[in-house]
Design a protein around this ligand. Sequence first.
Ligand SMILES: O=C(O)CCC(=O)C(=O)O
Ligand SMILES: [Fe+2]
Length: 335
Amino acid sequence: MEVERVQAMASALMTAETIPADFIRPEQERPAITTYQGPAPDIPTIDLSLPDRESVVRAIAQACEEWGIFQVVNHGIPTELISRLQAAGKHFFDLPPEEKEAYAKPPGSQSIEGYGTRVSKEVNGKRMWNDHLFHKVWPPSTVNYRFWPTNPPNYREVNEEYTKYMREVADKLFLCLSLGLGLEETAVKEAIGGEELEYNLKINYYPPCPRPDLALGVAAHTDLSTLTILVPNDVPGLQVLKDGRWIDAKYIPNALIVHVGDQIEILSNGRYKAVLHRSTVNKEKARMSWPVFLEPPEEWVVGPLPQLLSPESPPKYKAKKFKDYMYCKLNKLPQ
Ligand SMILES: O=C(O)CCC(=O)C(=O)O
Ligand SMILES: [Fe+2]
């Protein structure tokens, strides 16, 4: 059965005054009601090019402890490469439906790869205002080019180049996370898969929505990943829960937004916090974002790092294979 895409539905609703009931959030989730309106602190911004490594480490550790999210500037990924990545992704979503459907996630597939739309409803019976494309970009043995668009023709080249730079940024971040915990430089990366760490790219497409006050692009969640490194387009929408208030992430052109995911919270035994976040949608413009989820291989076991445990600091989380953790989370079972 063909899946109804939110993009096609939304374009038929451009001038509508309401949206289908499946997408209307209960009041306690509606962005118009729950977004904090007063002056709020900004998500921390970290300049990765500063020569004083110790202060960068401290700033990252503090952001991970207090926020679970930060923005990174001067990260070394060329601005023009980010623009080309965004243009290639936008080109794909602007293709006619039948061209996009050639990349559709196969029905019944256990993998998340492919062009998709969440049709399974959330616990509260609601749907998200979002279509997406998922494919792995690293390591090469995990990549399935079947799900990489061939239109635009430079899609593969651009995404491979972006991945190359992204890996360098990720390595720097993992090093800082290790030092921030008072551990050896390589401790965190080795504990989450080392060179087998997988890079899953998602392109989120949130079509314009006639009632952005009622819908959500992505409902509140923490990421399953170790870290998620995301670039948005220039349409704001990402919100994070901080001290009980939903606040907007400020748009900083070309900055990377780094989310602490569940696996780093577990590894650090709760010192670094996975951030609860969601995405709102826009009335006139399509919002897009390009998160890369850095994830251990399925069989990899992640648990609190033994170096961080002591009788005074017992483990707060169970050690688990990543695939079992994913299974429990996706099926809303206790961990
Ligand atoms: O679009 C965004 O900024 C957030 C997307 C997100 O949280 C996700 O895809 O996991
Ligand atoms: Fe997320």
